[in-house]
Design a protein around this ligand. Structure first.
Ligand code: AMP
Length: 423
């Protein structure tokens, strides 16, 4: 029966998506709460945007020549004939929200974070999904290199607070509109020389946006790209100064990092700083988080001329690395027998829960003994016993499952006997 069911397509999660079940979800909640708390300490506020946006937002924002826009978007036409896309990344949504609500006029720091699902029609494999989750952080209106360094330091602090080790921080400058054209030109010329060794995709990229060749996942292309010119030699004085400033502040923090001149990141909108934290022991899907500066995006949207910088961290990849394993919160399991006891159990469960105690009462009609077995199996810290004697007296028994000790008393006195941490 169950194998018949499992073979039905509609009873299996869509390819590239996954359930996060109880047992695992507690780790997610712990990580989410820890990062949200950390971002608050750096002055970030949460900004929640819809899952769907107009397709043009990503075409314009993420960039026409990126793999995301070219190959990976979940796009559909809705019943009103609009082209809608499930967000493949978050930055364009934040930029849109700022323009739409004129958040730039409020005078408050524009530091936003968000944690939620993103969608990319990519080839699923370990560490790469079609619905995945990102922690996203964005700062707008700060052009000083000190913020670039602060954001990289915050990413580092986030990983450290979760006990993540074995990672390396890579930084680079990808230049700006003033200096990148000359670099692209040089890159195109170099790529032309090895054209036959490049994959079809890279040959296309050579024409449209040669920087994107560095994103190619094919080993032969990656090898050839190592011999290409490096952006560092082409940076204009402003970009060079900015990058020096970023490194100066990173050094001030005492952060260890490596300058990687081939780090360009897969998005068109980056200007100046690009950075990534990679996992040293992983193969292809080794980027835990990545980000950079995007000083032209808002202006290109037709919005105000406000610069921005941010990063996104994949939660699936982060969670694979965290060492925190939250335990079960201690809870009370109510054992009851008979109709009157069941009514009392319902009342007491409500009372205990209102006092902040996690309480479980079930109605499967199990016998007394079987309910004890169930409490033990579920890992209850205490069992509250409601039998006929207890009902008659209005006094109940609370059994500590670890020690076996039983305490008798009124509901109020039993509540008071529970350790303060569970109330
Ligand atoms: P990106 O938005 O492409 O710069 O990616 C930022 C981070 O999101 C990466 O470093 C990964 O941790 C995560 N990520 C991106 N794409 C996927 C995916 N398809 N599946 C899982 N995680 C992803």
């Amino acid at each position: 029966m169950s194998s018949d069911r499992a073979s039905l397509k509609e009873l299996v999660a869509v390819k590239g998506t996954h359930d996060i079940l109880p047992g695992e979800v507690e780790v997610w909640q712990t990580v989410e709460a820890a990062v949200a708390g950390m971002f608050s300490r750096y002055g970030y506020r949460e900004l929640r945007a819809p899952v769907i946006e107009h397709t043009e937002l990503f075409e314009k924002g993420t960039g026409e020549t990126t793999d995301i826009v070219q190959k990976e978007m979940y796009t559909f036409v809705d019943k009103g004939g609009r082209s809608i896309t499930l967000r493949p990344e978050y930055t364009p949504s934040v930029a849109r929200a700022i323009v739409e609500h004129r958040l730039d006029l409020l005078g408050t720091p524009m530091r936003y974070y968000f944690i939620g699902p993103m969608f990319r029609y990519d080839k699923p494999q370990k560490g790469r999904y079609r619905q995945f989750h990102q922690i996203d952080v964005e700062v707008f209106g700060e052009k000083d290199p000190a913020i670039d360094a602060e954001i990289i330091e915050m990413a580092d602090a986030m990983l450290a607070s979760l006990g993540v080790t074995g990672t390396e921080t890579l930084v680079n400058s990808v230049g700006c509109r003033a200096c990148r054209p000359a670099f692209s030109q040089a890159l195109r010329a170099s790529a032309e020389k090895v054209r036959d060794g490049l994959c079809g995709d890279c040959r296309r990229k050579m024409e449209t946006n040669p920087l994107r060749i560095f994103d190619c996942k094919i080993e032969a292309c990656r090898e050839l790209a190592k011999g290409f010119p490096q952006i560092t030699a082409y940076l204009c004085p402003e970009c060079r100064d900015h990058f020096a400033g970023v490194r100066r502040y990173l050094d001030l923090y005492g952060l260890s990092y490596r300058v990687d001149p081939n780090l360009v990141r897969g998005l068109d909108y980056y200007t100046k700083t690009a950075f990534e934290v990679i996992r040293l022991d992983a193969g292809q899907q080794n980027a835990v988080l990545g980000g950079g500066r995007y000083d032209d995006m808002m202006k290109d949207f037709g919005g105000p001329d406000v610069c921005g910088i941010g990063f996104a961290c994949g939660l699936e990849r982060l969670i694979a690395l965290v060492s925190v394993k939250p335990g079960l919160r201690p809870f009370v399991y109510i054992v009851h027998a008979g109709e009157a006891a069941k009514t009392k159990a319902v009342e007491l469960a409500r009372l205990f829960r209102r006092r902040g105690v996690e309480t479980l009462v079930e109605f499967a009609g199990r016998g007394f003994k079987s309910q004890f077995g169930r409490a033990a199996k579920l890992g209850a810290a205490w069992v509250l016993i409601i039998g006929e004697d207890e009902l008659a007296k209005g006094e109940f028994l609370l059994k500590d499952m670890a020690t076996g000790t039983q305490t008798a008393g009124s509901p109020e006195s039993l509540l008071a006997a529970l350790p303060a941490r569970v109330r």
